[in-house]
Design a protein around this ligand. Sequence first.
Ligand code: AMP
Ligand code: FE
Ligand code: FE
Ligand code: ZN
Length: 283
Amino acid sequence: MGYVDLHLHTTASDGVMSPSEIVRYAKAKGLQAIAITDHDTIGGIAEGLEEGEKLGFEVIPAIEISAEYSPGSMHLLGYFIDTHHPLLNEKLGELQKARAERNPRMVEKLNRLGIQITYEEVLKASGGGQVGRPHFAQVLVEKHYVRNFQEAFDRFLKKGAPAYVDKFRFAPKEAIHFINEARGVAILGHPNTLGLNGYSAMEHLLLELIQDGLKGIEVYYPEHSSSEIAQYKSLAEKYGLLMTGGTDYHGIEKNGLDIGVGRGEMKLPYSLVEALKMARNQS
Ligand code: AMP
Ligand code: FE
Ligand code: FE
Ligand code: ZN
């Protein structure tokens, strides 16, 4: 059996490869299956599935939803979602609306900081998909206001930076609910970004999310340390949660990170996908 990557972005959100490109790339790399997990949008799924069918390559329809949480950020992954589900589409529509209101405000803030940037330039950078901060970063780099992508975030775009504008997010419970309604398997993405300290804080949160319908944790992730991986694994075993993993490849990387392998440390067996399928069939 081959290897898989269950966390990938395309041009439908803030990745640089189109859905069909990423499917072809994954196949060329020798992977057995991938999941397309764009932020807050299913806009890339149809194209990805179609390319997969054409090539005889397994593509899992999925999504990554940003949920309301502090002190850090919470991303909920939904695997095998039914992309035609009305509630899912209604909720994603609300997120699109929130972005449409937020993005021009970020342009205004940048303009007030003396940066000449237009919304049209950002739209162009997005390539027609959903617009996000990475597209702002790209324009700032292209126009030489910053030297690189990371500097754009650090100086202007990250939370608390002068051009940052917050956007509406669903409560975790609501995001998990509509993932489940759309027959998706809800997984807590990269728990190390939650800003939680220690095992018991993590355990407490997980118990709450399990009540809300969470089915698993993304254990394997390039930014997880080996002790974090051990902690998430032990909690998953304790509560019978699924364990997933992926690289979160956007194509704009980041110290040699690549699809499927991360920085060389990742080997995610196809059995992760089989476990997700079993969970889906049980609910
Ligand atoms: P948005 O959905 O528009 O708020 O943009 C969020 C995306 O920006 C994330 O998915 C990352 O790809 C990227 N991002 C967020 N924070 C940072 C950061 N501090 N450094 C680099 N990229 C970031
Ligand atoms: Fe992203
Ligand atoms: Fe994420
Ligand atoms: Zn992601």
